[in-house]
Write a new protein. Structure first.
Length: 282
């Protein structure tokens, strides 16, 4: 069997024809970091709903399972270093993601699994009924890294998240090695992103921006995973990922287009301007 480029990631997320969310954001970001990507589409949509409707459908679980089997049969999972999963189109897909994670880890016990539990935000839950529960039941126990936003963290832990300390406490309730809690409360019109491990907590804050473009959470999770695979420590990976996403948000707002300008601003993905390095949070 030939050797494939390393590191490499199996990404199971949404796919859109137009725009940059899910795999359509994560794949390019990881590739710009020099990471090979195998992308399985949990859904295939014309665009994300923020453009006023969409066309397309969720990938049937059987079809997703068949694609995974095809990768297994040809040895393409043998040298995967991480799995990332995001938005799912149907609760039944969680079993396929679980099988993918198990298959990768059986071949590479050091492989990471990042679960981005994409099922809602401050506006409430938007995933299909049963998806959040399936993620919590089948995927959360396998995750090495979890990246919930404030709403998702509160939902998964049944805790109110009103302060940064609340977010850190709730993150530890998940019982996973590393939690990247996004959209956490911060002071002075800022918003926080927090990395919580068993022994450390790091926090980066950036100015809050109203109505950011879609896909920022997908981009943040993929960049954080990418920098970790490139051997960055937690604080550096957090700082680099947040700085790049903050740059994309501001560039999108300046353009008035409503999409992250990943292509024109791609330099920020690999060489972000670190405005606020992650600080230890007491």
């Amino acid at each position: 069997m030939p050797k494939f480029p390393r590191p490499r990631v199996l990404s199971i997320q949404s796919e859109v024809v137009f725009g940059h969310v899910g795999n359509s954001a994560a794949r390019f970001a990881l590739q710009r970091l020099g990471i090979d990507v195998l992308a399985l589409p949990s859904v295939l949509f014309s665009n994300h709903p923020g453009h006023g409707g969409r066309r397309g459908e969720a990938s049937p679980a059987a079809a997703l399972d068949d694609l995974l089997t095809g990768l297994e049969e040809r040895g393409f999972l043998d040298e995967v270093d991480a799995v990332i999963s995001g938005y799912l189109g149907d609760p039944a897909q969680s079993a396929i993601v679980r099988r993918a994670v198990t298959a990768v880890k059986s071949r590479n016990p050091t492989a990471l699994y990042l679960l981005d539990p994409v099922f809602g935000d401050d506006g409430g839950a938007y995933a299909k009924p049963g998806i959040a529960e399936a993620m919590a039941r089948e995927l959360l126990p396998l995750a090495d890294i979890v990246t919930p936003n404030r709403f998702e963290l509160a939902s998964l832990t049944s805790r109110k998240i009103e302060t940064a300390a609340d977010a850190a406490s709730a993150a530890r309730l998940l019982g996973r090695p590393l939690v990247l809690a996004t959209s956490t409360p911060a002071e002075d019109g800022r918003i926080g992103t927090m990395a919580v491990s068993a022994s450390e907590v790091f926090l980066v804050t950036t100015p809050r921006v109203d109505a950011p473009p879609s896909g920022t959470g997908d981009l943040l999770a993929s960049l954080f995973l990418g920098w970790r695979l490139k051997q960055a420590d937690i604080a550096d990976a957090l700082s680099a990922a947040v700085a790049a996403v903050d740059h994309m948000i501001r560039a999108a707002k300046a353009s008035g287009f409503g999409e992250m300008p990943l292509i024109s601003e791609q330099q920020a993905l690999t060489d972000p301007e670190i405005l606020d390095h992650a600080q230890a949070f007491a």
